[in-house]
Design a protein around this ligand. Structure first.
Ligand code: ZN
Length: 424
């Protein structure tokens, strides 16, 4: 495939590579030579305002020829209308897709929650379905009609279970001061049941409720599900309540998990714009695993665009699993497929692949206050949508949410059903 454009910008290169090469498996090259393009006999796309014969003409709207942020594009791509499929080309889907994958509107709109996370706007709420995936599917059918001899890759549905380990154990393996604080808190709340359980766990008479790792691995193995565990190895703080990274049982657990599953770093609450902190935490995991760490997820799904990704790239992280809204189960960048991050401030593609989150259990349990039964309905819908577009499903659970402890009673069933549905 030959693509003609008057000027090959970084944005054009990124968008065409993502859509044509990565998603549709179409090899292509660019040319800015009008004469060469006209004479070329094979399949060709013209991405310019000029008109050519015997090719697919796509009229650029201008976004991919600009640099920097122009808020006016939000009116084009993020308005009150339901997103629709282009009825006919030359509609510029390369710009529309770039707008979503680059998180363009997040550079303009800055409504944040108390943790400094971008709140989903009206536009995001329309992305309960991954519209970028719909557009690409539709475009692929159009390409098939225009170029009958063109081979287009068929994507296959894939699913992965990811587990965040914020607190590996509820009571055991904690510093004595933290354990004492826990006792005092329970006393103040007259929570006798927790006092009993804590004592029983500490005396080794009962299993720690958050120690669900064997169960999780059993479910994954039984259903033949690929999994990644992200471990928090932060300095202890208000939002980082992990077991100390020096604790030998915690280190042993991480090592054991890594023999069956992939393991990544769960970067701490304050790491989001702190490269030294990121580096320290990645190093801690590398020292436990005795190998380089390439996968990460931000704790609380906190992201600062584009700085978090710039730091991740500099520290050798190749794949990130943080792209999702904690409060809503919509596709934050309107796609379920992995794609490379585009840094709009530097105008370049970064070597960090983003794996968008399809759903997180806390969205339903904590933010939407749904019952396990209601959550399961939502999760099933989400799985069906990803299957429909042959996308990549990334589920997000925590070790504590399958503990059947306190507010997580009844959620094991949801986890098992969800895993079963993912693999059916
Ligand atoms: Zn977390």
């Amino acid at each position: 495939m030959l693509v003609y454009t008057e000027k090959i910008s970084e944005r054009i290169r990124y968008s065409f590579e993502t859509v044509l090469r990565e998603r549709l498996g179409i090899a292509f090259s660019f040319t800015d030579d009008e004469y060469f393009f006209e004479k070329y006999d094979g399949n060709k796309i013209n991405y310019s305002k000029k008109k050519f014969k015997k090719c697919l003409n796509i009229l650029p709207v201008g976004l991919l020829h600009e640099r920097g942020i122009n808020p006016a594009w939000n009116n084009t791509y993020c308005n009150d209308e339901e997103p629709t499929l282009p009825s006919a080309y030359p509609e510029d889907i390369f710009s529309a897709i770039f707008y979503h994958l680059s998180s363009y509107r997040e550079y303009v709109r800055t409504a944040l929650d108390k943790h400094g996370r971008t709140l989903p706007d009206k536009c995001a709420l329309m992305h309960k379905v991954p519209i970028v995936d719909m557009w690409i599917e539709n475009f692929s059918m159009h390409l098939n009609q225009v170029f009958p001899d063109l081979t287009i890759k068929k994507n296959k549905y894939s699913a992965i279970s990811t587990i965040d380990v914020d607190t590996a154990y509820a009571f055991s393996n904690k510093h004595w001061a933290i354990a004492l604080g826990g006792y005092l808190k329970s006393l103040l709340n007259l929570d006798i049941e927790t006092i009993k359980l804590r004592t029983s766990v500490l005396m080794d008479n009962e299993k720690d409720p958050y120690d669900t790792f064997e169960y999780l691995q059993n479910v994954h193995n039984c259903m033949d599900i690929q999994s990644i565990f992200f471990f928090l190895l932060a300095d202890y703080g208000r939002h980082d309540r992990n077991i100390c990274w020096k604790n030998k049982n915690y280190r042993k657990l991480i090592k054991e998990i890594s023999s069956q599953s992939e393991v990544g770093i769960h970067l701490s609450y304050h790491s989001v714009d702190d490269m030294d902190r990121m580096k320290k935490e990645i190093f801690r995991l590398e020292s436990i695993l005795e190998k380089p760490v390439r996968k990460s997820r931000q704790h609380y799904l906190r992201l600062r665009l584009p700085i978090t990704y710039r730091y991740l790239e500099a520290l050798g992280i190749e794949e990130d699993y943080s792209m999702g809204y904690p409060t809503e189960d919509c596709f934050r960048t309107a796609t379920s497929f992995p794609y490379y991050f585009y840094d709009l401030d530097q105008e370049k593609k970064l070597n960090v692949k983003i794996h968008p989150i399809s759903y997180m259990e806390i969205t339903y349990q904590h933010y939407k206050k749904l019952s396990p039964e209601q959550a399961l309905i939502c999760i099933r819908q989400k799985i069906n949508i990803v299957k429909k577009y042959n996308g990549s499903l990334v589920s997000l659970w925590h070790n504590e949410s399958v503990s059947e402890y306190k507010h997580w009673k009844g959620w094991r069933k949801v986890f098992e059903e969800a895993m079963n549905n993912m693999m059916k």
